[in-house]
Design a protein around this ligand. Structure first.
Ligand SMILES: C[S@@+](CC[C@H](N)C(=O)[O-])C[C@H]1O[C@@H](n2cnc3c(N)ncnc32)[C@H](O)[C@@H]1O
Length: 279
């Protein structure tokens, strides 16, 4: 059943290495078992209702190219399980590097460090920081009410709502009091000329407001300008960006007076997170 399903997904364009995993995740969901149980119970027959439910999910995955995270309603990130669905970006593994940089900063800061996660989406970055560093307090900002609803649910489910304030807003507008230890952000950074490179799962399903910025990345530029005013002297800005864009982003931070500007590579060797220190 799994082999046939994986082949069927791959024939519809789902990446070969994802097709088998997706089939397993969806079958495990239909049967309400762990993925491992599919192997332990490999000779268990499926009844007609189970086959029907599996076929329906497979059609949505293969023909609609709906992201598997939306079909499951959840995605793992930095050891957390986060609720996601249409209206919010699916957390990506490369964004875990943003968490690592943020954690270094929070651990080196004072007794009760504070941070803002700009464009918090599902809340993945802010919630991972709070889970890993108990003394920290955070603020998650997003302009999307749908995204904030997911972030609020995730904060509640993880028992972290008492340490995360969520705010609907535009970047750091109104938060310029030079007191923050850390600003982290995974802002939209796909430019319109790159639209054709996006997988159907992304282009058809994920919110455009979470993906696209104009050439030159004016959102990242505005973020750097505002972060300069919101951070305490010596505070850190860490911002994720796309392949081939780290030089541009380094320049945006340096123009605002950030020092010690450096880039952190992801596991694919792409300069993924640009980090700078406020003067
Ligand atoms: C690339 S997604 C990142 C979501 C989440 N932080 C993550 O890493 O998965 C960018 C997020 O920024 C939000 N956003 C876009 N423009 C914004 C703005 N001007 N002010 C605040 N949030 C914004 C989007 O709604 C979206 O949730």
């Amino acid at each position: 059943m799994l082999a046939a399903a994986a082949g069927w997904l791959a024939a519809r364009g789902v990446a070969q290495d994802e097709a088998r995993l997706d089939a397993e995740l969806l079958l495990a969901r239909v049967l309400e078992v762990r993925r491992l149980d599919l192997y332990l119970d490999h000779d268990r027959p499926l009844d007609e209702a189970e086959r029907g439910r599996f076929r329906a999910l497979m059609r949505r995955r293969g023909e609609g190219r709906e992201p598997v995270a939306y079909l499951l309603g959840e995605r793992g990130f930095y050891g957390l399980t986060l609720a996601v669905g249409p209206g919010v970006l699916v957390p990506r593994p490369e964004t875990e590097h943003l968490v690592e940089v943020g954690l270094e900063t929070l651990r080196a800061a004072g007794a009760r460090p504070t941070f803002v996660d700009v464009g918090t989406g599902s809340g993945c970055v802010a919630l991972a920081l709070l889970r890993e560093h108990a003394p920290a307090r955070g603020l998650g900002v997003d302009r999307s009410a749908e995204a904030l609803a997911f972030a609020a649910r995730n904060a509640r489910d993880l028992g972290l709502a008492g340490r995360l304030t969520l705010l609907r807003g535009d970047l750091l507008t109104g938060l310029a009091d030079a007191s923050l230890d850390l600003v982290v952000s995974n802002p939209p950074y796909v430019t319109p000329d790159e639209r054709g490179l996006l997988a159907p799962e992304v282009a058809r399903w994920e919110p455009p407001g979470a993906l696209f910025d104009a050439p030159g990345l004016p959102l990242t530029a505005a973020l750097a300008r505002q972060a300069r005013a919101a951070l305490r002297p010596g505070g850190t800005l860490a911002v994720e960006t796309g392949q081939g864009k780290a030089d541009l982003v380094r320049g945006l931070l340096e123009r605002e007076g950030f020092g010690e500007v450096r880039a952190v590579n992801d596991l694919a060797g792409v300069e993924r997170v640009v980090v700078g220190r406020s003067p």
